[in-house]
Ligand binder design. Structure first.
Ligand code: PGA
Length: 245
């Protein structure tokens, strides 16, 4: 399967930051992996225009479960498509924490995203307290059960394992811990969507940097990365892209 290097700019970047995208495209015109950046919604359409005809795809960081209507401040999956997106991140731990998003809501959003033609990147991950209590697999298993649409296919779904305690902290799980979770996710996903699970990309996310990317990508069942801080600079994200063959 084609691996995926996905960048999540979160609430960072203004129009001047699009210079990083131009630099990324100049340095990596034909990457071996799929390459995706998810900017703030304000930059989506302009980044999509910049990426036209290149190897770079663009995506949203969230969407509403409804198609349109009286939902101040929200964007729908169809609007993301209209702006040029082909992916959307859903259920990121920051949205689960900041906006109280539940598995059921993430499921509804994922169904809407896939129906609109987007590839849904569904995020799961344990807190540090949950890992310390030995609950990691139970927690992420329940998140997967509650948020992955029953009819999802490998072409429309990406699953991202993002330990909450590893996001933006510079800390990462051991390679064995990543392997354990990704192996578990593949098996659990198979119980939901059968053979499609074998070709569904499983990303690791949380403090991925140029210096640790290669060793993380060598872990079995790691099919790419969801990168926050290191996706903001073309040189860092480009190095991660180059490590993903
Ligand atoms: P980080 O964020 O790479 O800055 O740790 C990852 C994420 O939240 O997707």
């Amino acid at each position: 399967m084609k691996k995926l290097a996905a960048g999540n700019w979160k609430m960072n970047g203004n129009r001047a930051a699009l210079a990083e995208v131009a630099a990324l495209l100049a340095a990596h015109p034909t990457p071996a992996c799929d390459m995706l950046l998810c900017p703030p919604t304000t930059l989506l359409a302009e980044m999509a225009t910049l990426a036209q005809g290149s190897a770079l795809k663009v995506g949203g960081q969230d969407c509403h479960a409804k198609t349109f209507g009286a939902h101040t401040g929200d964007v729908s999956a169809a609007m993301l498509v209209d702006a040029g997106a082909s992916y959307v991140i859903l259920g990121h731990s920051e949205r689960r924490a900041d906006h109280g998003e539940t598995d059921a809501l993430v499921l509804a959003k994922a169904e809407a995203a896939i129906a609109a033609g987007l590839i849904a990147i569904i995020c799961v991950g344990e807190t540090e307290a949950q890992r310390d209590a030995g609950e990691t697999l139970a927690v992420i298993g329940a998140q997967l059960d509650g948020s992955v649409p029953a009819n999802a296919t490998a072409a429309a779904l990406v699953l991202a394992y993002e330990p909450v305690w590893a996001i933006g902290t510079g800390r990462t799980p051991t390679l064995n811990q990543i392997a354990e979770v990704h192996n578990f996710l593949r098996a659990r996903l198979t119980a939901h969507i059968g053979v499609e699970a074998a070709n569904t990309r499983l990303l690791y996310g949380g403090s991925v940097k140029p210096s640790n990317a290669a060793e993380i990508f060598a872990v079995p069942d790691v099919d790419g990365a969801l990168v926050g801080g290191a996706s903001l600079k073309a040189a860092d994200f480009g190095a991660i892209v180059a490590a993903l063959t």
